[in-house]
Design a protein around this ligand. Structure first.
Ligand SMILES: *Cc1c(COP(=O)(O)O)cnc(C)c1O
Length: 239
């Protein structure tokens, strides 16, 4: 068995165990395979293993992969999870099904305007900066609901939920504390919103705590595809 297939099985197993531990139905948790910096041949191996949900961080690289797999007439779910520059928004709107990194109205408006009429509305998540670091992308917890209401009025978008990338932290209890505020806000908003069902949190290093905190979508790169080589990327885009 190829190692990517093996890794997918292992991560799926880890998700199932974590879900059972806290009494959750594992079917409510989606595994996104984060394929940034990895070649299409790696994605192909995951596809052959039955996987359909992928995440990309870099616009050009992601678009090339989406186009390549479109020619194979495979229906894959593509999620954009990287920072968004205005001049790249059109490519995102035209190629991805989901965007996890909405943190300002200007970008949301552009994506909505640029979403082709022939495609279903772009499914978006608001990125929240839960640790409050000035250097990090994302709106503060206090700003989320106002931005959500503004997104509601954009016909090219549908707001599906919230996303965060906490500071890397190896201690389980601290990981739980980092996820708690977003989880609470998500549950509060969910009770009064339609189609608001996605809490995107958890990466290779904090997957268990994310699931115990209510994550419905985990974004896993390293544990599936192995360590990444960034030697051909700018140092300021390492995320
Ligand atoms: C790279 C990345 C991931 C995957 O991280 P791993 O630690 O390799 O699992 C998840 N989410 C985002 C936003 C990323 O940029």
């Amino acid at each position: 068995m190829c190692s990517i297939k093996q890794n997918l099985l292992q991560v799926t197993d880890q998700i199932n165990v974590a879900a059972r531990k806290c009494g959750r139905d594992e079917q409510t948790i989606t595994l996104m395979a984060v394929s940034k910096t990895k070649p299409a041949s790696d994605i192909e191996q995951a596809v052959e293993a039955g996987h359909r949900c992928f995440g990309e961080n870099y616009v050009q690289e992601g678009v090339e992969k989406v186009q390549y797999f479109n020619t194979k007439e495979l229906t894959l779910d593509w999620h954009f999870i990287g920072p968004i520059q205005s001049n790249k928004s059109r490519l995102i709107a035209e190629h991805f099904g989901w965007v996890h990194t909405i943190d300002r109205l200007k970008i949301a408006k552009r994506l909505s305007d640029q979403r082709p009429d022939t495609m279903p509305p772009l499914q978006v998540l608001i990125q929240v900066n839960t640790s409050g670091e000035a250097s990090k992308a994302g709106v503060s917890l206090e700003e989320v609901e106002a931005l959500a209401e503004q997104i509601d009025s954009l016909s090219g978008l549908i707001l599906r939920g919230l996303m965060c990338i906490p500071q890397p932290e190896s201690d389980y209890q601290r990981q739980m504390e980092a996820f708690a505020p977003l989880s609470a806000l998500f549950n509060k908003m969910r009770s009064s919103r339609d189609s608001f069902d996605t809490l995107s949190m958890g990466m290779s290093g904090d997957l268990d705590a994310a699931i115990a905190s209510g994550s419905t979508m985990v974004r896993i790169g390293t544990a599936i595809f192995g360590a990444r080589d960034y030697s051909n990327k700018n140092s300021d885009t390492k995320n």
